[in-house]
Design a protein around this ligand. Structure first.
Ligand code: 9MR
Length: 529
């Protein structure tokens, strides 16, 4: 699908969803889009113009008029968690505060994200429930609000901390069974509470003709890598789950929430490959949301931007750059009212409905206003002008016949010691790729195995197949035909003897994504390990 049609499809999705909310609210006019409904110069309006929502998590106590003016989406911060609304056997109870939030959203043309159904934490009476009880709850929760809820987090925080790439080991994972002990729960013969919960949700959505989209949500899945450049195993584990259950024959999962609580935890930093990871999920066909965004205002040495505002700008840009990234939700309005007030991670200061914009607010607004990347000018199908390129011969003036200085070159013999061919590879390349349908990312580490430092480098290779690089980080990468040239960035130009430099890129391919093996560093061949 072309980028252009993708974009327009997303824009119309946002409009339809808003319309659904208005219909549900009984509004007379149903043709209003979020962009038209919200007023003024706000995050929500700017986001709508870019074809996405910009939302906030809130509790009823925060619902001043300000919320509806600034945002186009609302997530109940705690009011829809099972701890609050699950009764015995998966029934629904005590929905007053959740209803207040849903009604506020409807009256202010905001869409709602239901948060959350199946979660090890704040599970209340669901704690320890079997799948049948979970299924009752899923059905009751979906039917309670129907199309008033546009996105529901069906499963929350299923994966373990510390980059293990495994599931959390407590309930509801205790329902899981690994039929063949292969370490995953994705085989058909396995019991998988994630699959079974989504299966139930999908069945309820379908049989009741709901438009509600079904999401899986987690944190520390934002980047392809973690601090130090290692793979983000949690993100990869989430990718495997979404890949399996968003595709046929399942088609259970519509959307994935990258919570995006960014801080100095080695697995919670903002990495330059955030955009590539969003894109990889988007290429599965699911919507990606930055569903609980906050950014610590004093990330020490791990942030990609200069200060909090710049970090926010870059995170928003990463989303804007991927058509399937269709919404951002900040986890609270102001620093003092946030669950992480000590980290001052939000867009406003102040409280009680009286808020002051921070620099981060302005950075986000300005970035949203820049919008999505403009569509690349379609390549003109008209045959290129057949007029031959300028036939004027290149300057026939003979090159200066003056003989070159006959002074003999210094007769001192250059060092005759032949370079030992076995010493030639003064570099070793580690190349790790992460490949999916038609795309891939690669992490490349250059090791200087010689005894002299390198100051400034060019790594070149040719692709064995039709790989095409689409973006890169920590190096400037250009491609001509199958020949690739990667030049150092400013910060990794120097490689000490025995030292390393790393960079990465994203690309597309068809057929087989074979690893290249013909790397040269500043013209000398490298070994590949
Ligand atoms: O913001 C929520 C806070 O008020 C609660 O005390 C806390 C309890 O776990 O949950 C917070 O929301 C969490 C969200 O539901 C899931 N992702 C992490 C959020 C912050 O902990």
């Amino acid at each position: 699908m072309s980028r252009r049609s993708n974009r327009s499809r997303i824009r119309s999705t946002v409009i339809v969803l808003s319309t659904a909310a208005l219909v549900a609210a009984g509004a007379a006019t149903v043709s209003t889009s979020i962009a038209e409904a919200a007023t003024g110069d706000s995050l929500g309006v700017a986001a709508s113009k870019a074809g996405m929502f910009f939302g906030v998590a809130a509790s009823p106590g925060r619902l001043s008029s300000f919320v509806g003016q600034e945002f186009t989406q609302l997530t109940p911060e705690n009011e829809m968690k099972p701890e609050t609304i699950a009764g015995s056997g998966g029934s629904i109870q005590n929905t007053g505060n959740a209803d207040t939030l849903v009604n506020y959203a409807q009256n202010n043309n905001m869409i709602v994200r239901g948060h959350t159904m199946v979660w090890y934490s704040q599970a209340g009476s669901l704690q320890g429930a079997n799948q049948s009880t979970l299924n009752n709850f899923i059905k009751n929760a979906l039917l309670k609000w129907g199309n008033k809820i546009t996105y529901w987090d069906v499963v929350n925080e299923s994966l373990d901390d510390n980059n293990s790439g495994k599931r959390r080991n407590q309930w509801p994972h205790t329902l899981d069974k690994d039929s063949n002990n292969d370490g995953d729960f994705l085989d058909d013969a396995d019991t998988d509470y994630i699959r079974d919960s989504f299966k139930q949700a999908r069945q309820v959505v379908q049989s009741n003709n709901l438009k509600t989209k079904l999401c899986i949500n987690d944190y520390d899945i934002e980047g392809l890598t973690v601090k130090g450049g290692g793979k983000n195993n949690k993100a990869d584990a989430m990718y495997d789950i979404v890949k399996k259950y968003s595709q046929a024959p399942y088609k259970y999962i519509d959307c994935v929430g990258f919570q995006s609580h960014f801080n100095d935890n080695p697995n919670s930093i903002i990495t330059n490959d955030l955009e590539a990871n969003i894109r990889r999920f988007g290429e599965l066909g699911v919507e990606v949301h930055l569903s609980e965004l906050d950014i610590d205002d004093d990330l020490s040495n791990n942030d990609i931007g200069t200060g909090q505002a710049d970090n926010y700008r870059k995170v928003v840009r990463a989303c804007l750059n991927v058509p399937k990234c269709t919404g951002i939700t900040v986890w609270g309005i102001s620093d003092s009212e946030s669950w992480r007030s000590s980290e001052r991670g939000l867009l406003f200061t102040g409280g009680n409905g009286s808020y002051q914009k921070k620099a981060a607010y302005t950075a986000v607004l300005n970035e949203l206003k820049k919008g999505r990347p403009t569509d690349p000018t379609p390549t003109d199908p008209t045959p290129t002008d057949p007029t031959p390129t300028d036939p004027t011969p290149t300057d026939p003036t003979p090159t200066d016949p003056t003989p070159t200085d006959p002074t003999p070159t210094d007769p001192t013999p250059t060092d005759p010691t032949p370079t030992d061919p076995t010493d030639e590879a003064a570099c070793r390349i580690s190349y790790t790729d992460n490949t999916w349908n038609s795309g891939f990312t690669a992490a490349v580490t250059i090791s200087n195995t010689g005894d002299t430092p390198v100051s400034g480098w060019t790594l070149a290779w040719t692709w064995p197949g039709n790989q095409k690089i689409t973006s890169s980080w920590n190096a400037t990468v250009t491609q001509s035909g199958s020949a690739v040239t990667a030049r150092n960035a400013g910060h990794n130009a120097a490689i000490t003897a025995g030292g390393t430099a790393s960079f990465g890129f994203q690309g597309s391919y068809s057929g087989t994504n074979t690893t290249p093996e013909n790397f040269t560093l500043n013209g000398s061949a490298c070994t590949v390990s």
